[in-house]
Write a protein that binds this ligand. Structure first.
Ligand code: Z5A
Length: 208
């Protein structure tokens, strides 16, 4: 159970990542670990500035290419200043979204293509991949319903169901290609059921 581990959490809008991350934190702490919780885009001073640019409603929006490159600029900084040092120090790192989000949102949602975006990941972090990715999966309509009650939608949240269907299919493709790393969690059920699914996935990957 010793040593560093890198866990990422993914899913469409309203998938319940916030609750999932609490569950992961509790599980790691119960094993005696002290997890670093972080997020993308963000996690550093520059990353949070880029997050504001990416999520804000800029007049005219931005091109898909600019969007994906800004995501990876924030990620490069995050890796350099936060993720790699924490892993090197032997900590667990739990990250709310990572490169899979770029593949799903920019590759599929924006139509840049999975392989093009994946090649950016191979350039920015050729030697590093999450040990475990929890993909919180639920129907798009349910995710949008859950998210509807929140504050003013950001630039991504303002997208329509068709966009999130494409994003979801991106996650499904990644899960199919990398079954050892990506664990699908059915997130359509009650919070207690989702929590059980996450705990089971953590136990299967890191337990015993
Ligand atoms: N993005 C990108 O395009 N490319 C990239 O490379 C990266 C990101 C890294 C910001 O991400 C945006 O950036 C994101 C993708 C894009 N846009 N979108 N969509 P973010 O992760 O910060 O934003 P978010 O997706 O809006 O996530 P969130 O708000 O942090 O979490 P969430 O997963 O959407 O959901 P939640 O807040 O945890 O839960 C939603 C609601 O459902 C909430 O009221 C909960 O209490 C409720 N809930 C949760 N679980 C349940 C269950 N089981 N039953 C009933 N209700 C539930």
């Amino acid at each position: 159970m010793g040593g560093s581990h890198f866990i990422t959490v993914e899913g469409i809008e309203g998938a319940g990542k916030t609750t999932a991350i609490d569950t992961i934190r509790d599980w790691v702490q119960a094993q005696g670990g002290d997890p670093l919780l972080t997020r993308e885009p963000g996690g550093t001073a520059l990353g949070e500035e880029l997050r504001d640019v990416l999520l804000g409603h800029r007049e005219g929006g931005m091109s898909a290419e600019a969007e994906v490159l800004l995501m990876f600029a924030a990620r490069a900084e995050h890796l350099d200043r936060v993720i790699r040092p924490a892993l090197a120090a032997g900590r667990w790192v739990v990250c709310d979204r990572f490169t899979d989000a770029s593949i799903a949102y920019q590759g599929m949602g924006r139509g840049l293509g999975i392989e093009r975006v994946r090649s950016l990941g191979e350039w920015v972090h050729p030697d590093l991949a999450p040990d475990l990715t929890l993909w919180l999966d639920l129907p798009v309509t349910l995710g949008l319903e859950r998210a509807a009650g929140r504050s003013r939608p950001d630039r991504f949240e303002s997208e329509q169901a068709r966009f999130f269907e494409a994003v979801r299919s991106g996650y499904a493709a990644i899960a199919e290609q990398e079954p050892a790393r990506v664990r699908r969690i059915d997130s359509s059920g009650t919070p207690a059921r989702v929590r059980d699914g996450i705990n089971a996935a953590l136990e299967a990957r890191f337990g015993g």
